[in-house]
Ligand binder design. Structure first.
Ligand SMILES: NC(=O)C1=CN([C@@H]2O[C@H](COP(=O)(O)OP(=O)(O)OC[C@H]3O[C@@H](n4cnc5c(N)ncnc54)[C@H](OP(=O)(O)O)[C@@H]3O)[C@@H](O)[C@H]2O)C=CC1
Ligand SMILES: O=C1CO[C@H](CO)[C@@H](O)[C@@H]1O
Length: 281
């Protein structure tokens, strides 16, 4: 039972990662992201998920400095942008230094390869392994990797990522990928856990009534009980608080299975770049 907002997954390598974090994609740098991050920290969140590509690392850095919470209690994730990966190994290392500067940090808790770019991602992973071995990041991982991508980086470098962050929600349960991650002790992390706000699913509403919770809370609790780290995004304080009120109830096995049964292999993230690989699993 994941008991509180302070509960963590223990990643390979021993680093503790909170089960719940705040996602900040599509949150403007400046006041919007600063207010969201501060509201989350006030509500007890200790993990923030940003990326070079979100162009709001500076605002995240400012907010965590001003939050009054010691740096050691926070877990900050960022990701190397595809463009830097495309430019190669050295550019990934430079991108990391630039992210650190914008975040005003000495160390990042989790650094991710944002997408597997064909012909590029193994080198990007090698750069992250170097940063990890030098102690510049506490944990390294990947995002949007399929089983094939994971097998390739493990075969070629011998280093297993601590985390794979992928789209995951009741309409996209990634069973094959999730099983592979469990077997290799790779923590699965759900992005777009709230289906980007498309929560008007009758079963989620029915369960909301049954447990006196909102559909968002039902979905996020389902993430936790499936042992998937989750990072819902909101810029509204009321929803940030709502999304964290998921540690005081438990879905029954039967209701977990009913939610698992909603899977349609349906993706909300529409990919547009031709340089990006869509995953089949
Ligand atoms: N690695 C990757 O490639 C990707 C990573 N991500 C990460 O995952 C995070 C979360 O995913 P994201 O795609 O943003 O989408 P989410 O599934 O978290 O949904 C966010 C949407 O839901 C709304 N919302 C939030 N809380 C509630 C609530 N309680 N009730 C109803 N609606 C709600 C938000 O609106 P409002 O803000 O107005 O409250 C927003 O429109 C991102 O912010 C990012 O950090 C996302 C996509 C890709
Ligand atoms: O994290 C992300 C948010 O959305 C972007 C698409 O516009 C993605 O490239 C990326 O994966």
């Amino acid at each position: 039972m994941i008991a509180s907002i302070a509960s963590c997954s223990v990643l390979r390598g021993g680093v503790r990662m909170p089960w719940l974090g705040l996602g900040v994609w599509q949150v403007n740098n400046g006041e919007e992201v600063e207010n969201a991050v501060k509201a989350a920290i006030r509500a007890g969140y200790r993990s923030i998920d940003t990326a070079e590509a979100y162009e709001n690392e500076a605002g995240v850095g400012k907010a965590i400095r001003e939050s009054g919470v010691p740096r050691s209690e926070l877990f900050i994730t960022t990701k190397v942008a595809n463009q830097r990966q495309n430019e190669g190994y050295d550019s990934v290392l430079r991108a990391f230094e630039e992210s650190l500067k914008r975040l005003q940090l000495d160390v990042v808790d989790l650094y991710l390869v944002h997408w597997p770019l064909e012909g590029k991602y193994v080198d990007a992973w090698r750069a992250l392994v170097k940063l990890y071995r030098e102690g510049r990041v506490r944990a390294i991982g990947v995002s949007n990797f399929t089983v094939d991508h994971l097998e390739r980086i493990i075969d070629q470098t011998g280093e297993v990522p601590a985390v794979n962050q992928v789209e995951y929600h009741p309409l996209l349960t990634r069973n094959k990928l999730h099983n592979y991650c469990k077997q290799h002790r790779i923590q699965l992390e759900a992005y777009s856990p709230l289906m980007q706000g498309h929560l008007d699913v009758p079963l989620l509403q029915e369960l909301g009534r049954k447990y006196a919770k909102t559909p968002a809370q039902i979905v996020l609790r389902w993430n936790l009980q499936n042992e998937v780290v989750t990072i819902p995004k909101s810029v509204r304080e009321q929803r940030i608080v709502e999304n964290a009120a998921i540690f005081d109830f438990e879905l029954s096995d039967d209701d977990m299975n009913r939610i698992n049964g909603l899977n349609r292999d349906y993706r909300f993230l529409v990919l547009s770049s031709p340089n990006i690989i869509s995953s089949a699993d």
